[in-house]
Design a binder for this molecule. Structure first.
Ligand SMILES: [Fe+2]
Length: 159
């Protein structure tokens, strides 16, 4: 096995699976971002003001994460996809549209966050194996952030 290192000193063959996993995460974040914008636009009813605002907070947070993940890919020697045609092939988060009902929207967000936490845990394991502490940190911060959102939204959904 090659021991050649990338610019930040990580073994190229070891970070390859990390780059691939980050690419999957990037695609999911992009689809999630777009879904959140749609939920923000279409929410109707007595929860309009609180959820319209909350979705905006969420998509701003995801937009920062998109950049963080894409730049991490570059830092460790990869090339991040930047087109939706690629994202839609790679993403496991499904596109949603025309959601007006608050519970359907919030449930979709919780399910997506659960999927993303699982993906981040897989990323964490691969990054540990590669000795890639920068990506480990990205993964742990993402996991903590999303677990908190899952808790809060699940409490909010409770009848
Ligand atoms: Fe807006």
């Amino acid at each position: 096995m090659s021991t050649e290192k990338n610019k930040v000193g990580l073994t190229i063959t070891a970070v390859d699976p990390v780059i691939e996993k980050l690419g999957g995460l990037l695609a999911n974040y992009q689809v999630f971002y777009t879904n959140l914008r749609g939920l923000h636009w279409n929410i109707q009813g007595d929860k309009f003001y609180e959820l319209h605002g909350l979705y905006e907070e969420y998509y701003d947070d995801v937009a920062e994460k998109v950049d963080e993940v894409a730049e991490r890919i570059v830092m460790i020697g990869g090339v991040p996809a930047s087109t939706f045609s690629v994202y839609l092939k790679t993403a496991t988060v499904k596109e949603v549209s025309g959601v007006f009902d608050w519970k359907t929207g919030v449930s979709h967000v919780v399910e997506t966050l659960q999927l993303l936490v699982t993906q981040l845990r897989e990323l964490h394991a691969l990054a540990i194996k590669a000795g890639d502490h920068g990506t480990v940190s990205l993964a742990t911060h993402g996991i903590k952030n999303f677990e908190k959102k899952i808790w809060m939204l699940s409490a909010y959904l409770k009848d």
